[in-house]
Design a protein around this ligand. Structure first.
Ligand code: BG6
Length: 514
């Protein structure tokens, strides 16, 4: 039965309504239940689904971690998480919801813990009517993925319990750190679960605005004919962050900006922008088209990484007048580290649609502004008629993923007055003004969890996509490893090393000002 979902402002005003299939009965087992992700994202997302009527009344959560905790302790920390990171909590909803939260402490590699888990899940089936449906969510550090999966298999928890039930595995990033580790992990996971049971998360795909790129491209006939090399000069993808590495210095120092954000989130954005329309809007055709883009991505030979990529690392500086430390001064970062916190790249997609149209990627931490944007820069008009027209910025379609979510089209217009003088103006769609100023946008995890329960894998990455992305990244990693210190410093609070400007200017182009 479908549920009427109303899009409301925080004040409760209904501004749009739609119908949505609610999740089926199900037990969600969260491995790593005492961790940050569970409190910040997963429990708030599950609770919001509950409040929206999208969670089945027959749903239960089983937290699993090493920490000793009672069900009540787990419920208390869940409530704390909701207060800090969730949306408004209705007391009535919380009172009903909290009894569906359970917890058990166990060792991730101990078979007896999984026997206990199996018994607890059977009890949950009886008490909550979860009908043997299971989601196993791996929210642990990645080094535990293999052992948890193996143990689930040994305990027989990887199989569905009947023809009508399901057992699914949801895996958080990072999915491997290079091609070899991603292949090994895929091989291992697929020796226990069938690919159709596996849901690999890239939380960017759950973002409302990222899904809107698909709607924008596929539901509006006017853009598709110009979405190609004949009309588009180049594309710029920016993921700019003001935050540094926070408390993740130990992890980040091993990984760097390229593997943390570019290789996964940005390649996903790129494949959605560049893919061909799928035959039907279903998981496999959509993922097939994304995979084709990754396959067409030109490899950058190690000896050419200096030409097509540039790395940076932040030194101390100021953000909004507040002094911040250098990357090397961050907790758990090596004082002589050469790990990159900033990357720019020039990529080419070798297919008919995009041949010769560069895609510029820019990502960094401790930049002056938080902004994720995809800018489609169109070619200039073939002839110039008006004085000063050459100084006008060509048409740009800017898709703003976050914050200030929206889409803007920039074009030239005549300035009112007696002379034929032109100026750039924007035609703007903003979520805020079109759907109400206080629109509550569902968190990416809400959408992804709901899809996992519904069995829709469109917004999850497939094994071959993950491996293709790593295969492409390998040459770059190799090229960088040959020149580990070829990293340019930039002051925190600036737009990266000065070389980043030269990098794009030599092609006669400029980075978008955010
Ligand atoms: C995570 C990275 O995957 O994505 C973080 O590990 C990064 O370093 C984050 O800050 C960005 O996500 P969002 O949703 O804040 O843009």
């Amino acid at each position: 039965m479908a549920v009427d979902v109303q899009v409301t402002t925080r004040d409760g005003e209904v501004i749009a309504s739609t119908t949505q299939r609610p999740a089926p009965p199900c037990a969600i087992v969260i491995f790593g239940a005492s961790g940050d992700l569970t409190h910040r994202k997963l429990i708030p997302a599950i609770f919001d689904l509950y409040q929206a009527g999208l969670l089945s009344k027959h749903c239960a959560v089983m937290g699993f971690s090493r920490s000793q905790m009672s069900d009540d302790d787990f419920r208390r920390t869940a409530r704390d998480g909701l207060e800090h990171y969730g949306s408004q909590v209705s007391e009535r909803a919380w009172e009903e919801f909290k009894s569906s939260l359970h917890y058990m402490s166990g060792q991730f590699d101990d078979p007896s813990s999984y026997q206990l888990l199996r018994q607890r899940l059977e009890k949950i089936d009886a008490a909550h009517g979860t009908q043997g449906n299971r989601i196993y969510y791996l929210a642990t550090p990645p080094e535990l993925f293999e052992s948890i999966t193996a143990q689930l298999g040994d305990a027989g928890l990887n199989h569905r319990r009947s023809e009508d039930s399901f057992a699914r595995l949801v895996i958080e990033k990072p999915f491997g750190v290079d091609l070899m580790s991603a292949r090994e992990l895929n091989g291992h996971v697929q020796s226990v679960f069938r690919e159709s049971q596996v849901y690999r998360i890239d939380h960017y795909l759950g973002k409302e605005t990222v899904q809107n790129i698909l709607a924008f491209r596929l539901a509006n006939g006017i853009f598709e004919p110009i979405w190609n090399r004949n009309f588009i000069d180049h594309v710029q993808l920016t993921v700019a962050e003001t935050v540094g590495v926070e408390r993740r210095g130990g992890y980040y120092d091993q990984i760097g900006a390229f593997r943390d954000v570019v290789e996964n989130h940005m390649l996903q954005l790129l494949s959605i922008v560049a893919m061909e329309p799928p035959v039907v809007f279903e998981a496999e055709p959509v993922r097939d088209e994304k995979l084709k883009v990754l396959k067409a991505l030109r490899r950058i030979p190690p000896e050419q990484t200096g030409e097509f990529t540039l790395r940076g690392q932040y030194t101390s500086g100021k953000l909004e007048s507040i002094p911040v430390s250098s990357y090397r001064g961050e907790e758990k970062v090596a004082p002589d580290s050469w790990t990159e916190t900033f990357v720019v790249m020039r990529l080419q997609i070798d297919n008919w649609r995009w041949a010769g149209t560069p895609f510029y990627l820019r990502h960094g931490k401790r930049l002056p502004k938080r902004a994720t944007e995809i800018a489609i820069q169109f070619k200039r008009a073939p002839q110039m008629f008006f004085p000063g027209e050459e100084r006008l910025e060509p048409n740009v379609l800017a898709m703003r993923i976050q914050p200030d979510e929206g889409i803007a089209l920039r074009f030239g217009a005549k300035v009112p007055g007696p002379t034929m003088q032109l100026q750039e103006v924007d035609m703007n769609f903003q979520y805020g003004s079109s759907f109400g100023p206080n629109i509550t946008q569902a968190d990416a995890y809400e959408r992804l969890l709901l899809d996992a329960m519904l069995g829709d894998r469109t917004l999850f990455t497939r094994a071959d996509e993950v491996e293709q992305a790593w295969a492409w990244a390998e040459d770059i990693q190799e090229g960088w490893a040959q020149h580990p210190n070829n990293v340019h410093f930039y002051q925190a609070g600036t737009w990266g090393p000065a070389w980043a400007d030269a990098f794009i200017e030599r092609d006669g182009r400029q980075w978008r000002r955010m």
